[in-house]
Design a protein around this ligand. Sequence first.
Ligand code: IVH
Length: 666
Amino acid sequence: MDPRITDRLEELRRQLRHHNYRYYVLDDPEISDAQYDRLLRELEDLEARHPELVSPDSPTQRVGAGPLEKFETLAHSVPMLSLENAFSREEVLEFEARIKRFLKNDGEIEYTAEPKMDGLAVELIYEQGRLSRSATRGDGYVGEEVTQNIRTIRAIPLQLWTEEVQPPERLEVRGEVYMRLKDFREHNRQREEAGEPAFANPRNAAAGSIRQLDPRITSRRPLFFFAYGLGLMTGLPFTSQWEVLQGLTAWGLPVNPHLEKITGIAACWDFCREMEERRHSLPYEIDGVVIKVNSLALQEKLGIKSRSPRWALAYKFQPSQENTRILDIEVQVGRTGVLTPVARLEPVAVGGVEVSRATLHNQDEIERKDIRIGDTVVVQRAGDVIPEVVKVVSSLRRGSEKPFKIPDRCPVCRAPVVRSPGEAAHRCTNPNCPAQIKESIRHFASKGALDIDGLGEKLINQLVDKGLIKDYGDLFHLTREDLVPLERLADKSAGNILAALEKSRQTTLSRFLYALGIRFVGEHVAAVLADHFGSLKALADAGEEELLSLKEIGPQVAASLRAFFAQPGNRRVIEKLLQGGLRLQEKKGAGPKKLAGKTLVLTGRLNRFTRDEAKERIQALGGKVAGSVSAKTDFLVAGEEPGSKLDKARELGVPVLSEEEFINIL
Ligand code: IVH
């Protein structure tokens, strides 16, 4: 074999693995999706010409096999135990008291504390560094073998890294498969649009995706993974859970960065409170904190009682659930004509936020849960997801509750409502329905789209109802004379709206594509398309084959794009926008980054940012945020009432920044 070919193959695989890791594990890509696709395509071409050189752990082999008839079972060599739960400070403190009694020792104990991911537990088995098999937790002893589905999760390496720590012959990695909230919402939106039933929560979405018999379906689900432990421990160099997690990281596995090594249970409780406060600002759902005794020798001593280890505890957050009553059920008409039933609730505080409405998804969902007007129900707020009704408290039924049926005419335009066979959604059949038009304008102006400040629901309603605009194509033709006479819109805010419109005329192709509201084109797909095609014209003229050559674009998306650009009406709207001064700019290249390669640690309370904002700002400048201070830390940012991290930083001579100094850097 020509060594130039084998060298190139290896080089491409190495680069693809590296960029995969940047994207799916660090969430910090170095190249654009289009550049990634080019590398992948080159590798695919090369492998197609030399099939004898294809190895099972090549980045092209994520979806290797065809659908299964059913899952095989796989026994865990070490049982996958459950965790004992604690629900209060007392119960958390009691955990340590129990350990000390058991050990007959009153010395200080070191722990690790990490978020408890709300997903699906799986075990990954690596043999000779290669992902060989994988199973769900099942009953703890025997799980379902889901290897071909696990292989499609790009955050999971098919091959372990061996540079720093040599993996053993056989390595059993345990962790959680999960779906991010943003991806969950987008995926559910697509399901609803396609008339498929929505998933109730990200955990069900993750579990349902892993339990697919066809790996091609799983590969299209946005799944992620965090490793948190090991099965079989023999022959490994680790002495603590902390070292285990660092080992996992060194092998290229994703480990949750919100992780701390903590001495004493009181400080663990502080960490629990801190995570509980921040849970709604994380990009995924967590339902608690897992506290583990750090020393593996101590873990061994403590052992197991019935089905859970004595050395670990799950502090479970207060559930963001409350009871309230359904006052009425209203029907909303979305951008694509889908009718969504929404419960109007007696207002109630859930997880610190007042909730007065909750989506009921669709008619099937209402019937499945047997929800009636007047019912007392359990409502839940998960992450920043729209609140939803979990179930009816049927013991509180009085007999006067009224069942609900989706109307057969659109509540806005009175056009007939249809339900296509096999779809869960009911749709309004009138493409000119004012509700659809208003929703599509609202989407056009929304944050991720053209981000037109001040163009909210009320103003859009007025503009459409008064006939000043017929679609979003008319927005850039609005004049001061149009706006000033509107109700409650004084001269000054008319000026603000015009200024916001002017600002939004200059935008990126990717935002614009998203703004168009094409079915199945979310923010991510829009970015992929913008990257690949570079111009609106190139995309509008693209054939099916070119669209399908992109790995993110499936037949459904391709058909939807073709249908959108084939409609003269849509082309006219775009033409109106261009005539109104729309200027699409190409993607800007990233400038040099001020904190590139630097690791920062945060401690204490910051006045100007939340922790997550501070973290985002640091990452935007190319820096990393770590959970604890070590010799590798470049700066400690110390807010008010800093914790022990400040002492540690002084001890190690790590430079300390005040909030003021930190802001100056930003
Ligand atoms: S450790 C013996 N760590 O919680 C200890 N579990 O009841 C084994 N989970 O379904 C579990 N995040 O999948 C551990 N950081 C974490 C976790 C975690 C979520 C899940 C786990 C299992 C359940 C344990």
